[in-house]
Design a protein around this ligand. Structure first.
Ligand code: G1P
Length: 298
């Protein structure tokens, strides 16, 4: 009998609170060459805020206090270091607001850097955080996926986890032309915007995809996922895939997908970053007018 045969809502007090997150950021950033020759993709900005800060904010809003950034030789974690000299300089120049912003950035959460020096895939990046996680449930956030809503997308999946336990993943409907670039899930609906996952596959061919519901970079996971990641089996693209480890856990754990309520931008590609920049710019009256004037000229 699998868990699906005996679905039960789990009472909230049986579920351990999640306080740790893993944010993997290693990778060549090929689609952002040449800037990514020296600047890590996670430090590319939407206007003046880098992707990594949006990911950390998504986590912190969901109650996360400890974050491991898994990075390659380019340092992303140092973005969150305290910079007392800079702060002092801003204060002396009467720029207290900017100085306060510097302090706020370095006190968001406890940030740990973990090095991933071999490009063996997302599953491998998460495996490297095993000691940091130390047998607790945790969240994974992929900063390439910008999700902006009234509530953090991580908080939205944790809310569903409070009710069902097990592993919970954020998804969205994607174009059928894109299913071969994503993890895809399918299963019966258990409440509005929540499905119990029965099928899950990493980067399927269009004709093999069980749906067009794509995984979009927010995961709440039980530590048993490490049992499977430790086997380091290669999946799609010859990489160690997080999706495959979650599939392996499905016999023993409830596994749900949540269609999160958020505007989504794929910051893995320049046009997604451009869309995200427009989204933010439109909130500022001056930049909004610039967009309107420019569109009129076009
Ligand atoms: C990863 C995951 C995939 C997910 C995607 C979201 O793929 O493996 O399941 O849909 O992130 O962006 P990647 O884009 O790293 O190849």
């Amino acid at each position: 009998m699998t868990w699906l045969d005996s679905i039960q809502m789990v009472s909230a007090n049986e579920i351990a609170v999640i306080t740790k997150a893993v944010i993997p950021v290693a990778g060549l950033g090929t689609r952002f060459m040449p800037v990514t020759r020296s600047v890590p993709k996670a430090l590319l900005p939407v206007l003046n805020i880098p992707l990594i800060q949006y990911a950390v904010d998504d986590a912190v809003e969901a109650g996360i206090t400890d974050i491991a950034i898994v990075e390659d030789t380019k340092s992303v974690g140092s973005y969150f270091h305290s910079m007392p000299d800079l702060e002092e300089r801003f204060r002396q120049g009467g720029r207290d607001e900017l100085a306060d912003q510097m302090v706020e950035i370095s006190s968001k959460a406890r940030i740990t850097s973990i090095k991933q020096l071999e490009p063996l895939g997302l599953g491998h990046a998460i495996l490297l955080a095993k000691n940091f996680i130390a047998d607790e449930p945790f969240v994974v956030i992929l900063p390439d996926e910008i999700l902006w809503g009234d509530h953090s997308s991580t908080a939205q999946i944790l809310d569903v986890r409070d009710r069902y336990g097990g592993n919970v993943i954020a998804v969205t409907e994607t174009s059928w032309d894109d299913v071969h670039t994503k993890g895809i899930v399918a299963g019966p609906s258990v409440e509005p915007n929540v499905i119990a996952i029965e099928e899950m596959v990493e980067k399927p061919k269009r004709q093999d995809a069980p749906s067009n519901l794509a995984i979009i970079g927010r995961y709440a996971l039980e530590p048993s996922v490490f049992d499977f990641l430790s086997q380091q089996r290669r999946g799609a693209g010859g990489e160690i895939q997080l999706t495959d480890a979650i599939i392996e856990c499905m016999d023993d754990l409830p596994t749900h997908a949540v269609t999160v309520d958020a505007a989504r931008y794929d910051a893995g590609v320049p046009e997604g970053m451009f869309g995200a920049s427009l989204h933010q710019a439109a909130k500022d009256p001056i930049m909004r007018q610039m967009i309107v004037d420019f569109a009129a000229q076009l």
